[in-house]
Design a protein around this ligand. Sequence first.
Ligand code: HEM
Length: 45
Amino acid sequence: MRAQQLLEAFAEFKSGARPATVMHQIAKGFSEEQISLIAAYYAAQ
Ligand code: HEM
């Protein structure tokens, strides 16, 4: 997954714009810096 896709998905989970069963709660547990690091990690796989 491209970094930008994951960043957008997390922002939407955090704001509630994207319907979710668990990811809205998981997304809230990470800081913006942590989310950037996660996105970069997965984009590099
Ligand atoms: C840092 C850890 C995680 C990352 C980076 C992550 C990332 C994502 C992303 C990007 C999506 C959207 C996929 C898409 O729309 O194609 C998603 C959806 C989802 N993830 Fe995660 N996830 C994480 C942890 C978890 C965990 C621990 C669980 C379950 C316990 C989980 C369960 C789900 C579910 C069920 C969805 C579908 C949306 C929903 O119903 O909430 N994820 N995740």
